[in-house]
Design a protein around this ligand. Structure first.
Ligand SMILES: [Zn+2]
Length: 385
């Protein structure tokens, strides 16, 4: 049913076409041209202008061939992480890897290629379906920006799949919500030798806060990290400013909020201990925080009709797909947050975000055959949402 050679060739074509985040235009135009040749109507939305990129999301609608069947969407992102330009794939048997100087870009061009192959098969074999909406997003890797800009009112389907994870045997149904945080700690500048008691060290405050802060794996559902710290200057000056950035993620919103609050309080409590009197004026340290919800959680019921559809489709092919939680965020978080129902199915990409990234074509073909069966099965049974 699938044309494996065609799928492999498209994957190779896409991974050798540069598409760092905000520079996805060439990939976008390739996907647009192929989808139009299948009779899809294709729109490139305004997401590129909104986020400073050279193209928007590519939204393709393959018209229904069976008006009684429900529509479904399939989504993947076009952008890759750095270093991802000038990819030279090395093929050994069924394994494709990069030459070790770049990522491979199977994240997420494997997802893009699978979606196109499914549309090609449905089209050329004239298989009945209720409309397939292929959504190729931009800027997933830099904060899910394309998905955030997507206007879901332009979609007919209310459920679907994101193809953007590794193991083909897993359907990721849960993913954490995440908070992004930035703190600026303000101390007070003074000569470190002549007047150290007239200064407040922002570095010392940061150190005290961090020593008390719970970071890393907080529990089975919650993680936290401080990933950036910058401040200070010459060694003979009491430093008056430190900037820190961090994040927390949890599968439970209450736990996320508690962790974020804890991190913020560590800085505030440490700063509150410091004040000095300079020229009769009391000067206090203080902290400015910027905390924002980076993305919503994904929490698809494992007993939902969508999960049943995926599990049944795999079963029909004598394969198994198991629902699983993941700790990463992806477009599926944003799309669920916007009210669509979707989960994230594996495509075979491995060791992603590293120059050791690789992919086994047998996994890619297996994933594509499951997605094809999902789309075929959906046309007959649908998902009650
Ligand atoms: Zn990805």
């Amino acid at each position: 049913m699938l044309n494996e050679e065609r799928l492999r060739d498209l994957l190779l074509d896409l991974i050798t076409t540069d598409s760092h985040s905000r520079k996805e235009r060439e990939v976008a135009l390739k996907l647009k041209a192929i989808m139009e040749s299948l009779g899809a109507t294709v729109e490139i939305d305004g997401a590129g202008e909104a986020v400073g990129g050279n193209t928007g999301n590519v939204i393709c609608r393959l018209p229904a061939t069976d008006s009684a069947a429900p529509p479904i969407f399939l989504a993947a992102h076009m952008d890759t992480v750095v270093p991802g330009e000038g990819v030279k794939p090395i093929i050994e048997g069924t394994i494709i890897r990069s030459d070790g100087t770049t990522v491979l870009g199977g994240d997420d061009k494997s997802g893009c290629a699978i979606i196109v192959e499914i549309c090609r098969v449905m089209h050329e074999q004239n298989l009945p379906h209720g409309g397939i909406e292929a959504v190729f997003t931009i800027c997933e890797e830099v904060g899910l920006l394309g998905a955030k800009q997507l206007d879901i009112k332009t979609l007919k389907s209310t459920y679907g799949l994101v193809l953007d994870s590794d193991d083909v045997g897993y359907l990721f149904t849960q993913a954490p919500a995440a908070d992004h945080m930035e703190w600026t700690i303000y101390g007070l500048e003074a000569h470190a030798a002549m007047a150290p008691d007239k200064g407040i060290s922002a570095i010392k405050i940061a150190g005290e806060a961090l020593a008390k802060m719970k970071l890393g794996r907080i529990d089975q559902e919650t993680v936290a990290n401080i990933g950036f710290i910058q401040g200070g200057g010459p060694t003979n000056v009491v430093p008056n400013k430190v900037v820190l950035r961090g994040e927390a993620r949890s599968l439970k919103i209450e736990k996320l909020e508690a962790q974020t609050r804890h991190m913020d309080e560590c800085f505030r409590e440490a700063a509150a201990k410091y004040e000095v009197e300079v020229g009769g004026v009391r000067r206090k340290a203080h902290v400015e925080s910027h905390i924002e919800r980076e993305y919503d959680k994904m929490d698809v019921d494992v007993n939902s009709p969508l999960v049943k559809l995926v599990v049944q489709a795999a079963h029909n092919l004598n394969l198994s797909v198991e629902p699983m939680p993941m700790m990463g965020g992806c477009d599926a978080n944003v799309l669920n947050g916007k009210g669509l129902l979707c989960a994230n199915l594996g495509t075979g990409m491995r060791a992603i975000h590293t120059v050791n990234e690789w992919l086994d074509l047998r996994d890619l073909y297996r994933s594509a055959s499951i997605v094809l069966e999902i789309v075929r099965l959906n046309a007959t049974v649908g998902v009650a949402v």
